[in-house]
Every structure is written in structure tokens, then in C-alpha cells.
Design a protein around this ligand. Structure first.
Ligand SMILES: *Cc1c(COP(=O)(O)O)cnc(C)c1O
Length: 383
């Protein structure tokens, strides 16, 4: 499809090309100096003591569960209204994801009251997702975790650059997991980052990332080591210098691009309010600073979502759904015994994700909302 207005678009310029070329010319491709610089810059950007880059956020989530020692018999409370990787990571280590509902139609984040409801003697951790980069209620969630002796992991795939109470998302819990997948706010094609303030966790994560080995090829190249021991059953979850070079350039552009996303989101809110107030955008009032990763909208209950998506597609406008709920997937059905997630299910039925990317023009936003108005006006109200 040649979309007139795509769902997302990447801001790449000559800076990214030059950075990648420099790596190619250096002939050092596996993790080395560029990766170390990327990690230092990311740690500085988030204020986290440690940042560790990895091949993708799914690997980051898996390693977070490993480093916290989660395993069979442990329960981890997660939202269902998220990408499947969130709950998959819990299952990789043999632990059980327990799904909690979201706050409601104006706030798609996991509900602290719902978290509390699902705590059992087996609960070991809470894995939160900052939906679209809007902060979860971390003050309450950290308090609940402290009261029950639970660890907190943040799936911050959406929230790079987002803040709550002056503190970057991804640095509230024990470990933060970031994604640099192609459609995220900053991208390396595939890639991810872990952040933590705890040295013990950082050491474990570092070992898990590269086969459980005590030294890297880079250390040996540098003459720092000749051999290594293997101290854990580790993985190959490394990033490489090409991606790290992309990440460094993308990180520089992130504040400006997140600010542009904020402007466009505000324009969506105002235009929607004027032209189609029956379609609502969640998080109208939220604490902290979002990263505005995506633009979710909630269609009226009687509207056939596919019809709206088809109409927009015919106009060259790409849309998506965030998310088909995890607990409804075939691979999850046997796991969830009648989980009641009424908000999650209704939001998953009515949500439509509209185009949002830094280079999007104001006219594009107007055009998207006008087309939604057009299709809704042809759909009769229910009797
Ligand atoms: C994109 C995404 C992931 C997975 O990220 P990858 O880097 O593609 O592995 C996990 N959780 C959420 C909420 C995401 O949006």
C-alpha cells in the first residue's frame, strides 16, 4: 500500500547514514566503543545509573524476569491491553502472567486497584506498560509493591523520554525495558535497552546478554582478557555497532520529535472535540509528561470499527488497533480461567489508532479527523 498518511514514519537524515557508514568503515561490528557510548548517553538521558543495550525489548523483558529470579510457581501481574511480548516474557521463565484490567475509557493504563485485587501469596512482581507513553500511576504502584514485597518491571517500549513527577519512565521500577523497533519513538531497526539503578541486577543482565560469559569479544580485542568463564545459562541478546550508531543519532532527535508528537496530539484533541466529539482520545488529563508514542481513539459503541478503518484506508490513511488483548489469543486461552477484564475488552473492541509521527503535517491531522467525521455521519445512530 502506498499510504497518503501512514500510521508511523521514521525521522532519518544524513546524520544516521554518516554514523552507520563510519561504523562500516571501522570494520568493528559487534558490540564495542559505539555501543558503550550509546549506553552512557542513554543512562545520562534517563538518569539511570546503568543502561544496557540489547537486541530488542522482548529480550530486555525476558532478561528482566531472569535477573529478578522469576520462575515456575511465581505470578506476575500484567496488563492484557499491550503487545503480546509483555506477557510472553513472563512465560519464557516459566512464571505465570496474571492479567489485571485497565483504569477505564479515559485511561488505558493498568489499574492499581486491579493490581491489588490480583495479589496472591504467589505474586512476585508487577510488570507495567506505560500505554502510548502516558505514565502509569507509579506512585501508587510502587507503594503497593513495597507493601507486598513485590518487584516492579516497566515495559517502557512506548515511553522513551516520558516522565512522571520529574522522574523518567523506566527508572521507577527495578528494571526498565525500552524498544527501538522500527515504529517506536526512536529506532535502530531492531533494538532495545535495559535501565536499572541496582548494581547487582546490572551485573546479572550483563552476563545474561552474552552467553553467561564473563568477558566480551571486545574485551579480548582490547587486550583486557584472553579467556572467559561461563557462569550462567546465558543468551545472545546483544545489539551491534551499526544499530548503536543509529541509536545515538536517534536519541539526539528524540526530545524535539517527542515535542512535535505532543503538538500534533494536542491538535488531534482540539479538532476531534470540534468535529467528532463522540470519538474520544484517552489520557486527556494525565499526570507527568507523555512521549506520545501513538494516537489511540475510542469509537462510539455502536460504530463498526472495520467500516471506519476501511473508509480511511480508501482515503490512503493507515490505522491500527492497540491492542487485540493478550488474554484472548489462542496461545493464552488455556492459561486464563475466565479472567474478567471488562474495560480491556471493550476498549480492545472500540479502539482505533490514528497516524502520528514527527513529520506529520497539521493538514494531515485535519484530514484524518475530517474523514472520520465523514464516515461517522453516514452511520446511523442506533434506535
Ligand atoms: C514494541 C513493544 C514491545 C516489543 O519490543 P521489541 O523491541 O519489538 O521486542 C514490547 N512491549 C510493548 C508494549 C511494545 O510496544
Amino acid at each position: 500500500m502506498n499510504w497518503r498518511i501512514p500510521l508511523a514514519d521514521i525521522d532519518f537524515g544524513p546524520e544516521e547514514s554518516a554514523a552507520v557508514l563510519a561504523v562500516l568503515e571501522s570494520k568493528w561490528l559487534t558490540m564495542g566503543g559505539v555501543t558503550q557510548q550509546f549506553e552512557q548517553e542513554f543512562a545520562a538521558f534517563t538518569g539511570a545509573k546503568y543502561a544496557l543495550s540489547v537486541s530488542n525489548a522482548t529480550a530486555a523483558l525476558h532478561m528482566a524476569c531472569l535477573a529478578l529470579g522469576l520462575g515456575p510457581g511465581d505470578e506476575v501481574i500484567v496488563p492484557s491491553l499491550t503487545f503480546v511480548a509483555t506477557a510472553n516474557a513472563v512465560r519464557y521463565v516459566g512464571a505465570t502472567p496474571v492479567f489485571a484490567d485497565v483504569n477505564g475509557y479515559t485511561d488505558f493504563n493498568i489499574s492499581p486497584a486491579e493490581i491489588q485485587k490480583h495479589i496472591t501469596p504467589k505474586t512476585r512482581a508487577i510488570l507495567v506498560v506505560h500505554y502510548a507513553g502516558y505514565p502509569c500511576d507509579m506512585l501508587r504502584i510502587m507503594q503497593i509493591a513495597a507493601e507486598h514485597g513485590l518487584e516492579v518491571i516497566e515495559d517502557n517500549a512506548h515511553g522513551v523520554g516520558a516522565m512522571l513527577a520529574g522522574r523518567p519512565l523506566g527508572t521507577w521500577g527495578a528494571i526498565g525495558c525500552f524498544s527501538f523497533f522500527s515504529n517506536k519513538n526512536m529506532t535502530t531497526g531492531e533494538g532495545g535497552m535495559l535501565t536499572t539503578n541496582r548494581e547487582d541486577l546490572y551485573e546479572k543482565l550483563r552476563i545474561f546478554r552474552s552467553h553467561g560469559m564473563t568477558t566480551l569479544t571486545w574485551d579480548r580485542h582490547k587486550g583486557h582478557a584472553f579467556s572467559y568463564d561461563v557462569v550462567e545459562l546465558g543468551y545472545n541478546y546483544r545489539i551491534d555497532e551499526i544499530r548503536a550508531a543509529l541509536g545515538r543519532e536517534q536519541l539526539k532527535k528524540l526530545p524535539r520529535n517527542n515535542a512535535r508528537r505532543a503538538e500534533l496530539t494536542q491538535l488531534y484533541r482540539e479538532t476531534m472535540q470540534k468535529l467528532t466529539p463522540e470519538v474520544t482520545i484517552p489520557f486527556a488529563s494525565h499526570a507527568g509528561q507523555s512521549s506520545y508514542h501513538i494516537l489511540p481513539a475510542l469509537l462510539p459503541a455502536h460504530i463498526e470499527r472495520t467500516q471506519v478503518m476501511e473508509h480511511l484506508k480508501a482515503q490512503g490513511i493507515q490505522t491500527s488497533i492497540h491492542y487485540p488483548p493478550t488474554h484472548r489469543f489462542t496461545a493464552y486461552r488455556s492459561l486464563v480461567n475466565g479472567a474478567a477484564l471488562p474495560f480491556t475488552e471493550e476498549i480492545a473492541r472500540r479502539e482505533i489508532t490514528l497516524p502520528l509521527y514527527p513529520m506529520m503535517k497539521k493538514e494531515d491531522v485535519m484530514s484524518v479527523v475530517q474523514e472520520i467525521q465523514t464516515i461517522l455521519s453516514t452511520t446511523p445512530m442506533p434506535p
